[in-house]
Design a protein around this ligand. Structure first.
Ligand code: SF4
Length: 263
């Protein structure tokens, strides 16, 4: 074999070897572990269930469509502020068709007390149009389809899947993200990590209501600036460095909450 032929053969072998080399996938970084045992987690959610047997979200809506709109409007706004605006908006437009007939300018007027209202009005019109064009005017149940709607991210899709269609999801908002990390229940760096850890560690029997229990616990007890540990029903179980009391508050069941901003 002459030198040129040898070199061609060597190149061929080399390229075959390159092609045959298995693709090395980087192993998925393991998620941080919860600081709580399965028994402790069961006890925490048993108490949440005793306190609020039927928890529900606090955003006013009348059907899956108005729920999507309400959740999309609630980004960086309080549920109370959104409800004050949507109780009037949904009285005139509770379907995508009616919303389009109302038009962007009027939608803007209804929601102008909510932060980022100009952009949100645009999204409400665009998502209504998309629902009509691509989903027959119905809200899809699927997360991937929901997140194609303008203004709808993973968190919004999770809320809609849970509240409109009864699918167990974990919509990680600011309260759940804080609790996950403050307590070490689900110490994740991102909302997606916290979601994944919580979905893995919460026993099936609690999973459907878990995101509401956590949100309400964060909103009314384990508050951002100063957790109200003296009134916390899990103070004895909590492993947070920030806690100021070890004695759990008595569990007095709370009647179903009224929606804020609706009076
Ligand atoms: S004891 Fe305090 S820090 Fe722990 S969950 Fe209760 S309110 Fe939050």
């Amino acid at each position: 074999m002459d030198r040129a032929a040898k070199s061609r053969t060597a190149e061929k072998h080399e390229s075959t070897a390159r092609a045959a080399k298995p693709v090395r996938r980087l192993p998925k970084k393991p998620l941080p572990r919860s600081r709580y045992s399965r028994e402790e987690i069961t006890e925490i959610f048993t108490r949440f269930r005793q306190l609020r047997p039927e928890p529900r979200g606090e955003l006013y809506h009348t059907n899956p469509y108005t729920l999507v709109v309400a959740v999309a409007l609630s980004a960086q706004a309080t549920d109370e502020g959104v409800n004050r605006a949507t109780k009037h908006l949904f009285a005139v437009a509770d379907t995508p068709q009616k919303m389009l007939a109302l038009g962007e300018e009027k939608v803007r007027d209804y929601i102008k007390t909510i932060g980022l209202y100009r952009n949100k009005a645009k999204n409400v019109i665009a998502l209504s149009q998309k629902l009509i064009d691509e989903f027959g005017g119905e809200v899809p149940r699927d997360r991937d389809q929901l997140t194609t709607l303008p203004g709808v991210g993973r968190k919004t899709a999770n809320v809609v899947m849970s509240m409109a269609f009864g699918i167990s999801t974990m919509a990680v908002d600011t309260h759940i993200f804080r609790i996950g990390n403050r307590l070490g229940l689900a110490p994740g760096k991102t909302p997606d990590e916290v979601e994944e850890i919580l979905m893995r560690i919460i026993p099936e029997e609690f999973l459907y209501h878990a995101h509401h229990w956590l949100i309400l616990h964060g909103r009314y007890t384990c508050k951002a600036r100063k957790p109200d540990c003296e009134h916390c029903i899990i103070a004895d179980l909590c492993k947070s460095k920030e806690k100021t009391c070890d004695v759990p508050a008595a569990i007095v069941p709370i009647p179903q909450q009224t929606l804020p901003g609706m009076n």
